[in-house]
Design a protein around this ligand. Structure first.
Ligand SMILES: [Zn+2]
Length: 835
């Protein structure tokens, strides 16, 4: 199917404007198809020739005004429209296919009770899997939806229900003008909770089998929703513009959530069925706030074309984090951003696939999908935070509000946003945009210090560098924090200006001051990798337990993780820091992130006895965390999970699974049981019989995914062969089952068993990636990459694959990134081989 190009979108925008969509869907019946009728009212310039998009299973009829068009005219997904002039009405009737990949209308049968659930996902250009559409973001129009479905179902959509004229029939009021990628609905025997706030009707939906879990958390979700609405209404002059606000938790969803106006869809893993940590609750809160931010940024004012995708995601990430931190109980959201989200951004920005936050031209929609990465989210948000530090909050918000007022219910580009912000600031932002938005690459800020015999600074400097591929130095506004074992000893605010000092900024204020640990981006205001001066590094171990500010501790941990990732320090240094300093940590975000983020480094940068020893030290740190942790608390759960994952012998997981020596307060619930079983499977201490028994006891969708993970992890040739079939062929399986299988196929402990699959990945993925739509294909290609085969041969195979010119964009991107990670792991192993 041809992906819509930027040039085609520009031409079509010039040729037509859309007045309205009337979409009528028949979702009755058990078959693989549903009936779709679309009526589009649009206006064309004289003589215009264009096309409407549709991906039908069977096209039934097309009528333009009063003439029937030949249905054979459908060319792949494009239906040509010719001889246009003035106002037209297009009728299209078709049978459409339900999907199992989370795109179009996804159909899911709940293994818990056999009930069927549907939801629509139109993003990015999948509205055409549901109805005939001019499927591009800048042809916005009101959508009036009607649905026929089993009368016992619940149906909800972007707009409110206008009428239910007969049982099993729902007619919705017209929406405000919407981009096609934002059209959604849910249909099925959904469980619902209702509330309202400040005149806005609120609802939560989930599958019936999750009802008790949603009910248990409904008050928390509504509270976060209310608090965020209040804060957004303080920040923005424009009130929430889409009437009601529904939040539906839906099965097998690809993204974290999708910002459909009036009906946000979330992955229903966010309805917690087992014990979770505060970090997971914080993630749900920031996701709620992120989607709410999109109601203004993305939904009210929409990008013109996908090259301004960052306008959506960077703003939603920035405002979602900010509003969560300011308005909800999750006041450490910026620490999570510093430690986890920015690490994602730094990693993406150092890869060969990096791109500017605001790329000058995204050629087509398929290309746009691969830009959903750490650049568009985390780097963009960090860059905006730097802009706020530079302009001041009042000016920034005045610019935003002017932007909303100027483009409400319309489209805007980067240039439009810059002009709104520049007008509010009274200064030109073109240079800033050129440096931060139009050029890729991350700077490193390295502190250098010279200390005299009395332990006082003779000179302190911050040296900025840039990667060879993107040699651009930038102005940064930073706070250079000074820390002693007694805590914070002061700080110097400064503007790094490479035009003035060539990238080496001497901090004269510190000359003569007693030496201490210097942190170059205290407060985390800019987007730059940090390096402590060498004399500060050993002091971090004592500093961490005595530093009260979690953000500072997060930055110090982040610096160590990044230095190890870059092979500037050995993994052993990180593991020793974990052993020395993590047991005293009381901020669950830091405990969980450090344990989670260090694990791939241990598994990929170390091998054999060195890895075994590192896992032993991490286990010891986890045991100390457990001893001091509050029973039933988040730190206990985070430490328990990491301890299970680091087990090299089956005694502990087998014991906990049978209820022996479980720490007081730790709930060995459904998900923890699966985690224990998976570890036993990897260690060869449990097999298919135990997996089958656990699956019988947990007949949920999550249970099915866990069983798929465990089966993929079995150290058994037949099980590996079966799992591989699912990964490279298995089109009959849902996106989630294939991802679960791919995610656990490779295990560091099973290098010998899976060695034959390493070359097969490179031979078989090009065809496998064609089986599924872009989003899922990229995810599976990434999960299935032989990430533990840290070997020059793997690297050569990857390079050879990338030499082909017939790879789909998602596969190419996945392999480029994985090969880059592999190169780092190889470099680290080579450098520290003697250790
Ligand atoms: Zn978003």
């Amino acid at each position: 199917m041809p992906s819509l190009s930027r040039a085609e979108a520009v031409a079509r925008r010039a040729a037509i404007s859309v007045e309205s969509y009337l979409v009528d869907l028949d979702l009755t019946g058990d078959g693989p198809h549903f009936r779709s009728r679309t009526e589009i009212h649009f206006t064309a310039v004289p003589g215009a020739e264009t096309f409407v998009e549709l991906k039908p299973a069977r096209l039934l009829a097309v009528r333009l005004d009063d003439r029937d068009l030949d249905i054979a005219g459908l060319d792949e997904n494009r239906l040509p429209l010719t001889g246009l002039d003035g106002r037209h009405i297009l009728h299209v009737e078709a049978e459409m296919a339900y999907s199992r990949t989370g795109e179009g209308i996804h159909r899911f049968v709940d293994p818990a009770d056999g009930e069927t659930y549907l939801y629509a996902m139109s993003f990015l250009d999948e509205a055409q899997r549901i109805f005939a559409a001019f499927d591009q973001p800048d042809l916005k129009a009101p959508v009036t939806l009607s649905v026929t479905a089993p009368p016992e179902w619940t149906v909800a959509a972007n707009a409110s229900v206008a009428a239910e004229p007969a049982p099993g029939r729902w007619e919705f009021v017209p929406t405000p003008p919407l981009a096609t990628y934002l059209v959604t609905l849910i249909a099925g025997p959904y469980h619902v909770r209702r509330d309202s706030h400040d005149g806005i009707p609120l609802a939560l939906y989930c599958r019936r089998s999750l009802a008790a879990h949603l009910d248990a958390d409904a008050e928390e979700i509504f509270t976060v929703t209310r608090q965020c609405f209040d804060r957004f209404h303080e920040l923005f002059a424009e009130r929430y513009p889409f009437g009601k606000y529904d939040q539906a938790f839906v099965p097998e969803f690809n993204a974290g959530a999708m910002e459909n106006p009036g009906l946000v869809t979330f992955r229903d893993d966010l309805v917690f069925r087992s014990a979770v940590t505060e970090s997971q609750r914080e993630l749900r809160a920031t996701t709620i706030a992120h989607e709410m931010a999109h109601m203004w940024f993305g939904d009210l004012v929409t990008m013109r074309w996908w090259d301004d995708l960052w306008l959506n995601e960077s703003f939603a990430e920035y405002l979602g984090t900010r509003v969560t931190a300011e308005a909800t109980r999750f006041d450490q959201a910026w620490t999570t951003f510093a430690l986890r989200r920015k690490a994602w951004g730094y990693a993406a920005d150092q890869r060969p696939s990096t791109h500017p936050v605001a790329p000058a031209e995204v050629t087509d929609a398929a290309q746009a999908l691969t830009n959903f990465d750490g650049i568009s989210y985390a780097k963009g948000a960090a860059v905006l935070r730097q802009l706020v530090a530079w302009l001041g909050d009042e000016v920034f918000l005045a610019g935003l509000n002017a932007h909303f007022a100027a483009h409400r219910f319309g489209n805007a580009s980067l240039a439009d946003l810059l002009s709104s912000l520049a007008a509010a600031a009274g200064r030109d932002l073109d240079d800033w945009a050129q440096l931060w938005l139009r050029q890729a690459g991350v700077n490193t800020l390295r502190v250098e210090s010279v200390v005299d015999a009395q332990g006082r600074y003779e000179e302190v400097a911050i040296v900025q560098s840039a990667p060879a591929a993107h040699p651009v130095l930038r102005p940064h506004r930073v706070l250079l924090g000074r820390y002693g074992v007694q805590g914070r000893a002061g700080g110097v605010e400064l503007d790094l200006d490479p035009e003035r000092d060539g990238g080496r900024t001497v901090v004269a204020e510190l000359t003569g001051e007693p030496a201490s640990v210097l942190l170059a981006n205290d407060g985390d205001l800019t987007f730059a990798k940090l390096r402590l001066d060498p004399r500060s590094v050993p002091a971090v171990r004592e500093l961490l337990p005595s530093t009260p500010d979690p953000l500072v501790r997060g930055l110090l941990w982040g610096e160590m993780l990044d230095a190890v990732t870059d092979a500037e320090r050995p993994v052993e240094d990180l593991v020793q820091l974990i052993a020395a300093a993590l047991p005293a940590e009381r901020e669950v975000i830091i405990v969980e992130d450090v344990l989670t983020m260090s694990r791939p480094l241990v598994d990929r940068y170390l091998a054999g006895p060195a890895r075994h020893e590192a896992l032993g030290m991490i286990s010891a740190a986890c045991r100390r965390l457990l001893l001091a942790a509050e029973p039933g608390g988040s730190i206990q759960l985070a430490a328990a999970r990491a301890l299970i994952g680091a087990a090299t012998e089956p005694e502990l997981p087998a014991g906990w699974l049978s209820g022996a020596e479980v720490p007081a307060g730790l709930a060995v619930d459904a998900d923890l049981r699966w985690l224990l079983l998976r570890r036993l499977v990897v260690l060869g201490a449990a097999g298919e019989a135990q997996i089958e028994a656990e699956a019988r006891a947990d007949r949920s969708a999550t249970g099915e995914q866990w069983a798929a993970r465990c089966r993929a992890a079995l150290p058994d040739p037949a099980a590996k062969a079966a799992a591989w079939e699912i990964i490279v062929r298995g089109a009959e399986h849902s996106n989630r089952i294939v991802e679960a299988t791919a995610g656990d196929f490779w295990q560091p402990e099973q290098a010998e068993l899976t060695a034959g699959y390493v070359p097969r990945y490179f031979v078989e993925q090009p065809a496998a990636a064609l089986l599924r739509p872009g989003w899922t294909a990229e995810r599976i290609a990434s999960d299935a990459f032989p990430r533990y085969a840290v070997d020059p041969v793997t690297r050569e195979l990857a390079a050879k694959l990338l030499g082909r010119d017939d790879l789909v964009p998602g596969l190419r991107r996945a392999v480029v990134d994985a090969a880059d990670d592999l190169a780092r792991a190889l470099a680290a192993r080579q450098r520290y081989a003697a250790l």
